[in-house]
Design a binder for this molecule. Structure first.
Ligand SMILES: O=C(O)[C@@H](O)C(=O)CO
Ligand SMILES: [Mg+2]
Length: 262
């Protein structure tokens, strides 16, 4: 069975953030991830992980002004110093939480900015971050996010674009964050694509489409996808990153089915 993690930014939102760790453990998860840890002291988060026997699977580098609409600053010229400071902040948290992978959000391409400049900026920032993370044995993920429904203007909206950046950066510790929900919207053909991209994939997230709800609410055949990823030898984490269409505990039928299938 794949190693399943709960994304606490989307699951168990019925309770305050720090109480979601226990909910995840009670539901049978062994790992958790969330968008950002920065609003809480690292020690408080580490204590929740310890108390519940959970692995911190992933979180994102600081994204810039998230409330103001920014979705990462890695492609924004002039923000390099802020990006580098964010890498250090993320590393401090990763050390405290024992987290072995961090995701870098590429950002939205500003209107009027030449795409080539945005991409060059991104490549330079990713190269810098990869170097710093490599010193601590941490993997850097780059997520492809759909620009059709959720994030119009997101610079890296296909797996092909992410891989082109990874190849140009040329560092061993940079991998694709393959989110089945986003990639179903942008590319489809999930099984063949996952097989082809397996050597590049460092982390997987999932939600059904349309709606971004739990498996079983949309068009993706999750039992087939999970079985196939297992067969292909994917050994990374698979994070449930969906908005439950009901109370979270009531949305976990897919998890029980996966456990029974294994
Ligand atoms: O898919 C997503 O939305 C997340 O993985 C993320 O980190 C940015 O919103
Ligand atoms: Mg995702």
């Amino acid at each position: 069975m794949p190693r399943f993690a709960a994304n606490l930014s989307m699951l168990f939102t019925e309770v305050p953030f720090l109480e979601r760790f226990a909910k995840a453990r009670e539901a049978g998860f062994t790992g958790v991830e969330y968008l950002f840890p920065y609003d809480w002291p690292a020690e408080q988060l580490a204590e929740q992980l310890r108390a519940n026997g959970l692995t911190q699977v992933l979180f994102n580098l600081p994204p810039g002004d998230w409330a103001g609409g920014e979705r990462g600053i890695a492609c924004l010229p002039g923000r390099e110093a802020e990006f580098r400071a964010g890498v250090e902040q993320a590393l401090d948290y990763a050390r405290a939480l024992g987290c072995r992978q961090l995701n870098c959000l590429a950002g939205l391409q500003p209107e009027g900015l030449d795409g080539l400049i945005a991409r060059e900026t991104l490549v330079a920032n990713v190269r810098y971050a990869a170097g710093r993370l490599a010193e601590e044995g941490i993997m850097l993920c780059l997520e492809a996010i759909n620009s059709r429904v959720d994030m119009p203007g997101f610079l890296l909206d296909t797996s092909e674009k992410v891989i082109a950046v990874i190849e140009e950066v040329g560092a061993d510790n940079v991998r694709l964050q393959y989110d089945l929900y986003h990639m179903q919207i942008m590319e489809g053909d999930l099984l063949r694509t996952a097989e082809r991209l397996l050597p590049w994939i460092g982390h997987i997230q999932f939600a059904d489409n349309p709606g971004r709800h739990q498996p079983g609410t949309g068009e993706i055949n999750f039992s087939r996808v999970f079985a196939e990823l297992d067969r292909l030898g994917y050994h990374g984490w698979m994070s449930a990153e969906y908005r439950p269409s009901t109370i979270t505990e009531g949305s976990l039928g897919w998890f029980e089915a996966a456990r029974q299938a294994s």
